[in-house]
Write a protein that binds this ligand. Structure first.
Ligand SMILES: Cc1ncc(COP(=O)(O)O)c(C=O)c1O
Length: 452
C-alpha cells in the first residue's frame, strides 16, 4: 500500500506552537524555544525518559474532569459523569477518577481488573460490550459492578443465569440503538438496522418488545436505558435528537409496562480539536444541549426527570495527552513528499493508519519557530501505511530533533501494540514542574514474559 498523493494544496503555516489554540494541553508554554507542559521541559524529559513517550498534563486532566462535573451538576444536579476507560486507562488514571468523583465505563475484563486492583468502588462501574464473555460477566457480577449495560437477549439470559448462580439480582440497563448516527461532519437517521450494538428501536419495535423479556428474567433488575450515538461529534443537535428519542422511549416503557424507570445514560461522543482550525463545542455547550434536551423531552412526555449520565472518553483525555518522538531518518522524494521517520508509529498510535486521523506536530526544541515545512511523519514499522501525520506543517526538521504530536491522549495507548517487537512507551504525568512515570516503558523481557 502507498499513501495517497501528497496534498499539494497544503501550505506551510507561520504559526508557532503557542498559536495552535485548542489543540494544546492547557499548561503548554514555550521558553527559550523549548516546549514545556506542566512546567516540565519536554526536550529534557525526552532525554531523561527516552522516546517514544506518552506525556499527560495532569492539571488539564483534572480540570476537564471538574469542568464536566460542574457543567452537568450546576444544570442538572441528579447527574453523573462516567469516564470511558477505552479511551485511556492505567492505574494512575483510575486513581484520578476516584479522586475526582467520576464513574467508570469498563468494556473488558482487564479494564475492570485494573479498577478493582486500585480499590475503585465496583458500584461505580458501568460494564459495556456487545459480546461480554462468560468470564467477564461472572467477574463483574461477583465484584458487584453497579450496572451492566446489556446488548442482546442472548446476553440477558447469560447474565440472569450467572446472577442466579451467585444468588444476586444484577442491576442492568438496556443499550438502545436510537436511530441517530453521528460522525465528525454529519448525522443521518438510518433506522439503525446496521449496528452490532444494542437493541434497535426500529425493526418492528424490537427494543420495546425486548423489554418484556428483560422483565421476565428472574435475576436482573432493569434500571434504565443507555445509548451511544458515535464519537468525535461536533454537531450537538445529534445529542438533542438522541435525548429526545430516548426519553420518548422511556416514557412509553413506563406507561405501557407500568414501570418507573428513572435512569438514562446518553453515552459519549463529544468531539475535540485535533487540528488548529477545529472548533468543537465546549463541555459547557454539550452539557447545556443535553440537559436542556432531556428536560424539554421529559416535559413533553410527562416524565419525571431521570438520573442522567454521560460517558465522555476522548473529550476528557485526548488534548491533555501528547506523544514525544525522536527523528531518526529523513527522506525527501522530490515532487512527492518528505518523510520524517520517528522512533514509534503505528504501534503507539494506530489511529492514522486505522481511520485517517490527523494531528498537529511541532518540534519541541524549536517550538518558537514557524512551521515552514510540509512533512509526513512516518513510523519505524514494516508497513507503508505506518504514518502518524500526513502532509502537515512542522519546523525545519533535523535528525535528533524531538517531535511532539498533540492530542494523542485518547485511543492511542489503549490501542497500542508491540508490532515489530516494539516495547510500548512509558507514560509520564507532569504537573507543577514535576514529572512522574506512572507506567514504565515495556522491556524486551516483558515482550517475552508469556512465552513458554
Ligand atoms: C458505549 C460507549 N460509551 C462512551 C464512549 C466514549 O466515546 P468518546 O470517546 O467519543 O467520548 C464510547 C466510545 O466508543 C462507547 O462505545
Amino acid at each position: 500500500m502507498s499513501l495517497a498523493a501528497s496534498d499539494r494544496s497544503k501550505q506551510p503555516d507561520n504559526r508557532t506552537t503557542m498559536e495552535l489554540g485548542k489543540v494544546l494541553p492547557k499548561t503548554a508554554e514555550v521558553h527559550d524555544g523549548h516546549l514545556f507542559i506542566g512546567g516540565v521541559d519536554m526536550v529534557e524529559l525526552a532525554k531523561q525518559q527516552g522516546t517514544a513517550l506518552y506525556v499527560f498534563d495532569q492539571a488539564d486532566l483534572e480540570d476537564r474532569m471538574r469542568t464536566f462535573r460542574s457543567a452537568f451538576e450546576s444544570r442538572y444536579p441528579n447527574s453523573g459523569i462516567i469516564f470511558a476507560s477505552k479511551a485511556f486507562q492505567n492505574k494512575e488514571m483510575v486513581r484520578l477518577l476516584a479522586q475526582e468523583g467520576l464513574y467508570m465505563d469498563s468494556s473488558g475484563g482487564g479494564e475492570l481488573a485494573c479498577a478493582l486492583a486500585c480499590g475503585y468502588d465496583p458500584k461505580n462501574v458501568f460494564l459495556h460490550g456487545n459480546n461480554k464473555t462468560e468470564r467477564e460477566l461472572r467477574e463483574a457480577i461477583e465484584a458487584g459492578v453497579g450496572r451492566i449495560i446489556i446488548d442482546s437477549r442472548i446476553e440477558l439470559a447469560r447474565i440472569s443465569r450467572i446472577a442466579g448462580e451467585l444468588g444476586v439480582v444484577q442491576p442492568i440497563y438496556m443499550r438502545i440503538t436510537p436511530g441517530v448516527e453521528a460522525d465528525t461532519h454529519d448525522y443521518i437517521i438510518t433506522g439503525s438496522e446496521d449496528s452490532k450494538f444494542g437493541f434497535t428501536i426500529g425493526m418492528d419495535d424490537f427494543a420495546f418488545r425486548c423489554v418484556a423479556d428483560v422483565l421476565a428474567a428472574p435475576h436482573v433488575e432493569l434500571k434504565g436505558f443507555h445509548c451511544h450515538i458515535g464519537s468525535q461529534i461536533f454537531d450537538l443537535s445529534s445529542f438533542r435528537e438522541a435525548a429526545f428519542i430516548m426519553v420518548e422511549f422511556m416514557a412509553r416503557v413506563n406507561r405501557e409496562y407500568g414501570l418507573a424507570l428513572d435512569e438514562l445514560d446518553l453515552g459519549g461522543g463529544l468531539g475535540i480539536a485535533y487540528k488548529a482550525e477545529d472548533n468543537p463545542p465546549s463541555i459547557d455547550d454539550f452539557a447545556e444541549m443535553t440537559t436542556t434536551a432531556v428536560r424539554d423531552a421529559c416535559a413533553q412526555f410527562g416524565l419525571p426527570l431521570p438520573r442522567l449520565y454521560v460517558e465522555p472518553g476522548r473529550s476528557l483525555v485526548a488534548n491533555p495527552g501528547v506523544t514525544l518522538y525522536t527523528i531518526g531518518i529523513m527522506k525527501t522524494l522530490p515532487d512527492i513528499r518528505k518523510y520524517v521517520a520517528i522512533d514509534g508509529g503505528m504501534s503507539d498510535n494506530i489511529r492514522t493508519a486505522l481511520y485517517g486521523a490527523s494531528y498537529e506536530p511541532v518540534i519541541a526544541n524549536k517550538a518558537d519557530q514557524p512551521r515552514t515545512e510540509i512533512i509526513t511523519l512516518c513510523g519505524k514499522h514494516c508497513e507503508s501505511g505506518d504514518v502518524v501525520v500526513v502532509d502537515m506543517p512542522i519546523q525545519t526538521p533535523e535528525v535528533g530533533d524531538i517531535v511532539c504530536v498533540f492530542c494523542t491522549g485518547a485511543y492511542c495507548y489503549t490501542m497500542s501494540s508491540t508490532y515489530n517487537g516494539q516495547p510500548r512507551p512509558a507514560i509520564v504525568f507532569v504537573k507543577d514542574g514535576e514529572a512522574r512515570v506512572v507506567t514504565r516503558r515495556e522491556t524486551y523481557e516483558d515482550l517475552m514474559a508469556r512465552d513458554l
